[in-house]
Design a protein around this ligand. Structure first.
Ligand code: NAP
Length: 305
């Protein structure tokens, strides 16, 4: 079997940057694209903080550009999700369904996905009023009552975006202080279509066929009340996509990969982007760590030759 120099798993900013660097170093990387090719930026709108785009750029366009740049230097892409890995010895093995690939080094950049609250009726009503992606589903809530759950940057961004569609957007937050950055807070607080419901912890989503409301508990008084609405958007953070790596490499208590300068505990396996980032989680920091991972892989391969 053909043993590659490097397999990159995932195609967000981290994976594609790793691919660009590895391809330019003539390592002929094989990139496993993932079912959500392009990662989380493909379900976002304006990216205003990626350097080099003074007017901002749309998330999907940015990812498309990165993919083209990786392709230009000879990156090979395989579509589908990596389904299994074996890092117990080298060459490492990575499967996509029944297809097996082998490589001397692996760069993991599988990112993270939106978290849900785990409420009784949340999954049942998913797609019928419950959503975790404003840019995907906002359009369906024209002139409707919308609730956004969360107090971080995601919640502010989604709330502001959803005011394009909704009659009103209420942000339900479990504390009376936002976690979001100042600029995002100010934008949301200044928006006349947005109202805040403080100290409110979601108890359940209400509705038979479609969502009719969100039941919340006042975290100060314990009083339970219902907020009538047509849509509930969950914006409470993310979970790393590391299921297939359990038992293969070191993960922390939340499932993030433990990596130091992108090196995992398995020599030759590197991790970059949100899958190993519990702090910054930005497109640009993901891209930066993708570069680091590719340079580390290149250095290791060189040393071994
Ligand atoms: P986050 O910063 O972790 O915020 C999650 C929010 O959800 C917090 O307000 C948290 O409440 C709340 N929450 C978590 N679990 C909850 C539960 N079980 N019930 C009720 N509320 C719950 O996540 P994020 O907003 O997705 O942001 C992640 C990272 O991406 C951050 O670094 C952020 O800066 C970045 N980001 C940046 C932008 C931008 O700059 N344009 C946009 C989106 C995201 P507590 O505050 O009480 O913990």
């Amino acid at each position: 079997m053909d043993v590659r120099n490097v397999i990159v798993i995932g195609t967000g900013p981290a994976g594609l940057t790793a691919a660009i660097y590895a391809a330019r170093a003539e390592l002929k990387p094989l990139v496993i694209e993932g079912l959500q090719a392009g990662g989380q930026l493909t379900i976002t709108t304006d990216v205003e903080n990626f350097p080099g785009f003074p007017e901002g750029i749309m998330g999907p366009e940015l990812m498309d550009n990165m993919r083209k740049q990786a392709e230009r230097f000879g990156t090979e892409f395989v579509s589908g999700d990596a389904s299994r890995v074996d890092f117990s010895k080298r060459p490492f093995k990575v499967w996509v369904g029944d297809a097996e690939y082998q490589a001397k080094t692996v760069i993991i950049s599988t990112g993270a996905k939106a978290r849900l609250l785990g409420l009784d009726n949340e999954l049942r009503l998913m797609g019928r009023g419950v959503s975790a992606c404003a840019t995907c589903d906002g359009f369906f809530y024209k002139d409707k009552e919308i609730v956004v759950v969360g107090g971080g940057d995601s919640a502010m961004e989604e709330a502001v975006f959803l005011t394009r569609f909704g009659k009103r957007v209420r942000v339900v937050h479990r504390r009376d202080e936002l976690r979001a950055s100042k600029i995002m807070q100010e934008r949301a607080l200044a928006n006349k279509k947005i109202e805040f419901v403080w100290n409110a912890a979601p108890v359940d989503v209400l509705g038979e066929e479609t969502v009719t409301g969100l039941r919340v508990r006042d975290t100060k008084t314990d009083e339970v009340s219902d907020i009538e609405c047509d849509g509930v958007f969950m914006a409470i953070g993310h979970t790393p996509n590391t299921q297939i790596f359990e038992g293969q490499i070191d993960l922390d208590g939340s499932g993030y990969i433990n990596a130091t300068n992108t090196k995992t505990n398995v020599e030759g396996v590197f991790a970059c982007g949100d899958v190993q980032d519990t702090v910054y989680k930005q497109a640009i920091t993901a891209a930066g760590s993708g570069c680091q991972a590719a340079l580390e892989a290149e250095k290791l391969l060189e040393e071994e030759e």
